[in-house]
Design a protein around this ligand. Structure first.
Ligand SMILES: Cc1cc2nc3c(=O)[nH]c(=O)nc-3n(C[C@H](O)[C@H](O)[C@H](O)COP(=O)(O)OP(=O)(O)OC[C@H]3O[C@@H](n4cnc5c(N)ncnc54)[C@H](O)[C@@H]3O)c2cc1C
Length: 482
């Protein structure tokens, strides 16, 4: 029995069904996908959450585990350029090869490409170690992190990515470019161990991809795979309680009806999942959760434009204000950002299916601290700020071409996903929130109760969620056979 239908739950559902379990999924929302659902409106298609397809090898590995490939479910394009970063006085374009990226680095800072090549070579080694030797381990013990390769790199767990980048690169724009990938892990680059530079290899080495039709194609593919394997999916069914008898999970209550199960796995936010238990069965206190570094929440806008926009790419980062100050306003002094950095995704630039002919689909994201006050007036205030910045940096007028917009923010994250403090992408990967130091996949207090998803192992993001589902299903299989 699985609670939730995000990437982690669907991944676990597929592995468990393949292993012969009778799997039922209960999802509170009307469609599957969790944070990765889809909004279709007036011919525009929006991915509600994730839009960056990084680490294509992990997606391939997932489908390969079932004798399939990604191509059986969706068509992938490598984006060229991968993305564009707008600064106040320049624009950096990240190409689809190291040669193009090196040329861009040289344009900004002569001599920087030699350092870049070394930095990415090291990042590639870390990627191989992380992906092939560490990340597929369940976080049960500190010894999982101890391998010959990590022992040689132990310093990289105590140095930060920020320190590492600043040692060799002096230009603030290049520093911001190299610090950007670890933002996906949910913490400040100055709090993220330098071992996570493998995200830089994912970025520059493996490239940025796009599934035709959007990220929701992956969810649709996983849903069909799960159903092919015999999984039954019940949407519009919020789980109200996890039943426990004498320390043993026995079932759930949905719509006032109790349903028995041998194993319960929750892919809903970990904090919420524990609130479905009677207090004596919860492993982590409110004080524990409150003391953790959570990934940011986000203010999101889904916008339909009735014209094609100029000077934009599929992915666009607006880093034209103070990166440090915005990061402090997320992590150190939580408040609405004074001058926000933001991200805009225009998938219709490369994929015609995402918008009506001659129109543009725009997804705007402003990262903000979790649990901030969220009102219609604040949302509008920030929309006005970012639209003006988009117009200024891309040198065009667009405001009058907006034919609709919808927004999503802290209150929606809480209401739609039972997200702790309205976090967008889980608990950050800092040194003290890595591997065995994260909330565990297996309950320590209730037998046969398990957890998966971005608040547990290995961490935030779509690829880690796929891996989380695999890891937890292996633990459940081991339990069955012992
Ligand atoms: C705005 C945004 C942008 C992102 N961008 C990227 C990106 O570009 N690339 C990337 O790799 N990652 C990105 N991420 C992160 C990525 O989307 C997540 O890490 C991943 O989707 C999390 O999956 P999950 O299975 O852990 O959780 P979720 O997707 O949250 O799934 C949990 C599910 O449980 C359900 N649920 C909750 N309570 C109950 C209940 N009581 N009963 C039944 N069901 C319940 C929820 O409705 C939800 O469907 C982004 C996330 C957001 C929000």
């Amino acid at each position: 029995m699985i609670i939730g239908s995000g990437f982690s739950s669907l991944s676990a559902a597929c592995y468990l069904a393949k292993a012969g379990f009778d799997v039922s999924v209960y999802e509170k929302n009307d469609t599957v996908g969790g944070r990765a659902r889809q909004l279709v409106k007036q011919g525009f298609t929006f991915d509600i959450g994730p839009s960056w397809y990084w680490m294509p090898d992990i997606f391939e590995r997932f489908f390969n585990d079932f004798g399939k490939s990604t191509a059986d479910y969706y068509k992938l394009d490598k984006l060229s350029p991968a993305y564009k970063i707008f600064f106040s006085d320049d624009v950096i374009t990240i190409g689809d090869s190291m040669d193009k990226i090196c040329a861009e680095f040289e344009r900004i800072e002569a001599g920087s490409s030699a350092y870049l090549k070394k930095f990415i070579a090291k990042a590639q080694e870390n990627y191989d170690i992380a992906i092939n030797k560490i990340v597929y381990r369940p976080g049960l013990s500190p010894f999982e992190l101890v391998t010959k390769d990590t022992a040689l790199r132990v310093d990289q767990f105590f140095k930060t990515i920020s320190g590492q980048v600043r040692k060799k690169f002096k230009n603030p724009k290049l520093i911001a470019t190299l610090e950007f990938p670890v933002l996906f892990l949910g913490a400040k680059p100055s709090k993220t161990p330098s071992f996570y530079s493998f995200m830089n290899f994912a970025d520059f080495g493996l490239g940025t991809w796009h599934p035709n039709g959007g990220m929701y194609k992956i969810i649709e593919g996983m849903k069909s795979l799960a159903e092919e394997l015999g999984v039954r999916i019940h949407t519009g069914n919020a789980v109200e309680k996890i039943l426990v008898e004498k320390g043993q999970a026995t079932g759930i209550i949905v719509n006032n009806t109790s349903i028995k199960a041998d194993f319960i796995l929750s892919g809903a936010d970990y904090h919420h999942s524990e609130t479905l238990l009677d207090p004596e069965y919860r492993q982590y206190s409110e004080a524990y959760w409150d003391s953790k570094t959570f990934a940011p929440s986000s203010l999101l806008f889904y916008v339909g434009f009735n014209k094609k926009l100029q000077n934009i790419e599929h992915h666009n980062l607006f880093f034209d204000t103070d990166f440090e100050r915005h990061a402090e306003e997320i992590y150190d002094r939580p408040k609405w950002p004074t001058e926000p950095l933001f991200y805009v995704n225009f998938p219709s630039v490369t994929d015609k299916s995402m918008a009506p002919e001659g129109y543009e689909t725009g997804f705007f994201l402003v990262p903000i601290a979790p649990d901030l006050e969220d009102t219609p007036a604040l949302r509008q205030q920030y929309f006005d700020i970012i639209i003006k910045r988009l117009e200024k940096r891309t040198k065009q007028k667009v405001e009058k071409n907006i034919i609709f917009k919808e927004s999503f923010c802290v209150n929606d994250f809480k209401e739609q996903y039972n997200s702790y403090k309205g976090n967008a992408y889980g608990m950050a990967n800092t040194l003290l929130q890595t591997a065995f130091l994260r909330p565990g996949l297996k309950s320590k207090k209730v037998k046969d109760l398990y957890f998966t998803g971005q608040l547990t192992v290995p961490g935030p993001g779509v690829p880690p969620s796929l891996i989380s589902g695999k890891l937890v299903s292996e633990l459940i299989e081991q339990k069955r056979t012992h």
